[in-house]
Design a protein around this ligand. Structure first.
Ligand SMILES: [Cu+2]
Length: 91
């Protein structure tokens, strides 16, 4: 008879990084994004940017037509956003 396995592996990750993020070695940069018109576009561009290797954060400013990205290569982010159907460029 099989004993019911109730082995819940609770992986508590001890996140040691500080909230205030004092010594970031990841530069943030802002890209101009054209073609965004609504929240859906904003989400799509955000997802595209965040899918790029090395990117840890992406914040779209819909009204300004910009995305501020942390980490990754700007060129790779531009490419990802372009593939998502928008036009991105370095300002
Ligand atoms: Cu839209």
């Amino acid at each position: 008879m099989l004993a019911q396995q109730a082995t819940h592996i609770m992986a508590f990750e001890c996140i040691t990084s500080t909230k205030e993020n004092p010594m970031t070695d990841q530069s943030s940069y802002t890209l101009k994004v054209e073609g965004m018109s609504c929240k859906h576009c904003e989400a799509t561009v955000t997802e595209a940017a965040r899918s790029v290797a090395g990117v840890t954060a992406a914040n779209v400013d819909l009204e300004a037509g910009k995305v501020t990205v942390q980490g990754g290569e700007p060129e790779a982010v531009i490419q990802a956003i372009t593939e998502a159907g928008y036009t991105a460029s370095l300002p």
